[in-house]
Ligand binder design. Structure first.
Ligand code: ACO
Length: 376
């Protein structure tokens, strides 16, 4: 029975759940900053490894510190042999399901899995960031019938991932594009998956468990799963010439258009314009810009009719497709970047923990009389 006044906020919209020094978001002005650094500056000038250091230490690294982190990430890439065997034994499930299962299994081979000290959490964050990239690449190959490729200890995080996924050294443009995409996805305040991670961590559960909770939350099409749905929409539209009529009909039928709208942004997601540019550049290099042209038409019509704007998930898939990456890898790739933010938030939660346990406004029946089962 409720003893509360009706204060429930559907979907916890605009509810400030706690304070955090990791990520700043202004939905009215379209501002996103990691630890004070604007996302546009980071996308232009930083590397993914620098952003890992930034989110985990809340400051930019000195050159030697960055070198140390790069070496630690490279050293953590190889997966335990039983994990590779487990991957081979799975049925051909969705990439996010595979990532969730394998990340959970990794805890059994991590000697510090249950150590919740700040130092152990940091070391696990490094290991999990390196290992999830390996899992996503290896799963992509196994599922496509190829053999697993051993990581290259000399390459950076983005270059090594593309090499492990494709078996070929990626072009400098592909590596740079992928690195920027990883930076853009690394954190986003209290989004659904990060909140899931923090709720799990706040019970003083371990980092692997928190990350597994987050992977499950990211998978849904209203969150990270939207990037795959966008590409499926592009495939249905087929050609730029079909886009205008297709999207008008979808809106007339009250369809939800993936890659648009946001709980916080009232303007365009600041990450979208970078992904648009990268998708365009890679499309030109690959000799096919049709996906971007289709999406540009969809943006124009959805903007005119619904006044909603692209989010981070709209153009990322077009960029990944031009690199030859399969559609069902897009959300796992999102996860292999967001894991950095999840880990930063779990470390922040553990450093000043209080159980997260909100209330619900009860709307069910009251004073029900129990009837024995043979009298119902
Ligand atoms: N397509 C069509 N209409 C939309 C969309 C959309 N993508 N997004 C919002 N709207 C409309 C709704 O129909 C609703 O209109 P109404 O008030 O006339 O009924 C209004 O805008 C508000 O929508 P809500 O669903 O209440 O907004 P909410 O804040 O709960 O949802 C969400 C945000 C889930 C992101 C939503 O915009 C959506 O479903 N987008 C498509 C999925 C997507 O792209 N998700 C990725 C988000 S970014 C990320 O998580 C990484």
């Amino acid at each position: 029975m409720s003893n509360m006044t009706s204060a429930a906020k559907a979907g916890l919209e605009d509810v400030v759940a706690t304070s955090s020094a990791v990520c700043y978001l202004d939905g009215e002005r379209g501002v996103l900053a990691y630890c004070g650094y604007d996302i546009h500056d980071l996308a232009k000038s930083a590397t993914f490894e620098e952003v890992c250091f930034l989110l985990w230490h809340r400051r930019l690294p000195a050159r030697a510190e960055l070198g140390d982190l790069q070496s630690q990430l490279a050293a953590a890439r190889p997966l335990p042999e039983p994990i590779i065997r487990l991957m081979r034994s799975l049925p051909p499930v969705d990439g996010m399901d595979a990532l969730r299962t394998i990340t959970s299994a990794l805890a059994h081979y991590d000697a510090e899995a249950d150590d919740m000290s700040a130092q152990a959490n940091y070391r696990k964050a490094v290991r999990l960031t390196a290992q999830t990239a390996n899992i996503v690449a290896t799963w992509g190959r196994l599922r496509a019938g190829g053999g697993a490729i051993a990581p290259d200890a000399v390459m950076g995080h983005a270059a090594n991932f593309l090499y492990m996924l494709t078996g070929k050294k990626a072009s400098p443009l592909a590596v740079k594009t992928f690195d920027v995409a990883l930076i853009l996805h690394a954190d986003h305040e209290f989004n659904a998956s990060t909140f899931a991670a923090r709720v799990t961590a706040a019970t003083m559960s371990d980092l692997h468990s928190a990350i597994v909770s987050a992977i499950g939350a990211l998978k849904g099409p209203l969150h990270g799963g939207a990037n795959e749905q966008v590409m499926l929409m592009v495939q249905k539209i087929k050609t730029p010439a079909n886009a205008d009529a297709w999207i008008r009909k979808t809106l007339a039928d009250h369809g939800r258009v993936m890659g648009f709208g946001h709980r916080v942004y009232r303007v365009e997601d600041p990450r979208a314009k970078h992904l648009h540019r990268l998708a365009q550049e890679l499309g030109k290099q690959a000799g096919d810009t049709s996906a971007v042209q289709i999406l540009d038409t969809v943006v124009r019509v959805v903007g005119e009719q619904k006044k909603i704007f692209p989010n981070v998930d709209l153009y990322s898939g077009a960029a990944y497709s031009s690199m030859g990456i399969a559609t069902d890898q897009f959300t796992p790739i999102f996860a292999m970047s967001r894991i950095v933010g999840w880990a930063a938030h779990v470390m922040e939660q553990h450093a000043n923990n209080r159980l997260i346990r909100p209330r619900a406004e009860y709307t069910g029946p009251t004073h029900a009389t129990y009837i024995p089962i043979d009298k119902r």
